[in-house]
Design a protein around this ligand. Sequence first.
Ligand SMILES: *Cc1c(COP(=O)(O)O)cnc(C)c1O
Length: 399
Amino acid sequence: MKTRPFTLSFTQQEPISETAIAAAVSVLRSGRLHRYNVVEGELSQAALLEREFAAFQASRYCLACASGGYALQLALRAIELAAGEYVLTNAFTLAPVPGAIVAAGGRPLLVETTADLTPDLDDLERKALASKARVLLLSHMRGHMPDMDAVMALVSRHGLVLIEDCAHTMGASWAGRKSGTFGHLACFSTQTYKHLNSGEGGLLTTDDDTLAARATVMSGSYMIYERHGTVPALPAVEGVRLRMPNLSGRMDNLRAAILRPQLEELDRNVERWNERYAVLAERLGACNAVHMPQRPPQERYVGSSIQFLVPDMDAAQASAFVAACAGQGVELKWFGRGEPLAFTSTHHHWQFVEGQSLPQTDRILAGLFDMRIPLTFSPADCAHIADIILDAIAGRENA
Ligand SMILES: *Cc1c(COP(=O)(O)O)cnc(C)c1O
């Protein structure tokens, strides 16, 4: 190893800004932490966040709730998923995605993955036809968007209901159109490692009155849904308010208060992430042993993490490679690991999902490495990290 070790933490986010801290302190001083606890004429922080995020997405409705996974569950329940109904979704995604499908009573039908880490649209079409599934929960896992024009053509060919999981595409777009505005509903996360940080939190968006009404009522709005930031027209709410179960999962004003100033910084932070991503992608991409997922020109992504493939490493080499990087302070996740670790698991580990044969995905995951890019790293830090990774790859080849 010729490169000096890297010493910063891969799990250290930037501090919450003084503006956001002041907003939080103001909520604490008021004592009104619950989103419906307002004084005459006041719009709560949660309601204001809903308005601002709806405007950011150019969506009609936004619902702030407890987590991204909870938002996914609400979206699936809002479309009145039937018990045992198939839901098409990516095989390569995070465990809360199939988890939300199972929680809503559905059966995940997993779609193969391409080397660009997007769902294989041929496999999707085959499975849509064979299963007659009505729902596609498209997870933009690690920020990789499939060709959204092709997806929308497929959605319309098969009359699918599309839900977008935008946990890693908040701030991203396809051909100038925001990720999350293609589907009937979209779900976002404000968990610490996503693009806005409130510890935990979720946002659901839609343009549909009935879906918005159902989701709002289910989130636990009692009879005070008019205190939401974007309220569906009353007839839509009246039609569902006593019929939908109360699944109590609201966002509180404290979290909303610290998210609002962060939303103002989001576009700027997307540029900062992409500046760091570019340094890593360029260096890693120049190595013959590495395959970087291709990112089409229509995709404006958010490089808050980076994935790369080293296709001809066997399992022992991959373990040694991850260990060599870790020894130099670089924390890589490897999707080919036999055992789940920390946040990383694969379809093989999800015993709550019916086992499915996904040979193409397995081949991809066997050589897939993943790394967070916190904004506490500078572009120079990213160059340093790339050098360590490249050393470790070269070390493997010489071994
Ligand atoms: C984080 C994440 C979720 C779930 O969000 P939470 O807010 O943690 O519940 C869903 N999908 C993907 C791809 C994620 O990364």
